[in-house]
Design a protein around this ligand. Structure first.
Ligand code: GTP
Ligand code: MG
Length: 138
């Protein structure tokens, strides 16, 4: 059984989509074993997205991610990392497959409603960035 880290981004919380998105994750076989709503600071966003610091969209990304509330979650399930990325869909909603979260809800390549870890190492790092072990109840 695998764990992954997920975020419901500010464009989605603003449209009251926390429940709808969480239901899609649960329907895909993922279990929410930790969840909290956070309005991250600019510095927290910069720390979380440090791997993207040299990308042209870094400033825009950190500005957006600190512009409103986010829901951070730990998801558990068989192949949770790949399963979550499948249900999220492509980064750019114009390229996302039918039935995916981003196809349904993302507004643009930047304001794309959800985040999901891209591998086991990043999943462990990202979970530890937002959660203490005691907050995760499997
Ligand atoms: P995450 O699950 O959020 O990591 O998405 P991803 O793995 O599909 O995308 P990637 O790691 O390449 O980029 C991280 C995030 O940066 C994306 O989810 C977008 O919110 C944002 N991003 C990526 N490319 C662009 C871009 O060209 N413009 C803007 N404004 N934001 C971008
Ligand atoms: Mg990524």
């Amino acid at each position: 059984i695998e764990r992954t880290f997920s975020m419901i981004k500010p464009d989605a919380t603003a449209r009251n989509l926390t429940g709808a998105i969480t239901k899609m994750l649960e329907d895909a076989g993922l279990r929410v074993i930790a969840s909290k709503r956070v309005w991250m600071s600019r510095r927290q966003a910069e720390g979380f997205y440090a791997v993207h610091k040299d990308r042209p969209f870094f400033n825009e990304l950190c500005e957006f991610m600190s512009s409103g509330p986010t829901v951070v979650q730990v998801l558990e399930g068989e192949n949770a990392i790949a399963r979550n990325r499948e249900i999220m869909g492509a980064t750019n909603p114009a390229e996302a497959a039918e039935g995916t979260i981003r196809k349904l809800y993302a507004k643009s390549i930047g304001e794309n409603s959800v985040h999901g870890s891209d591998g086991p190492e990043t999943a462990a790092q990202e979970i530890a960035y937002w959660f203490a072990e005691t907050e995760i109840v499997g």
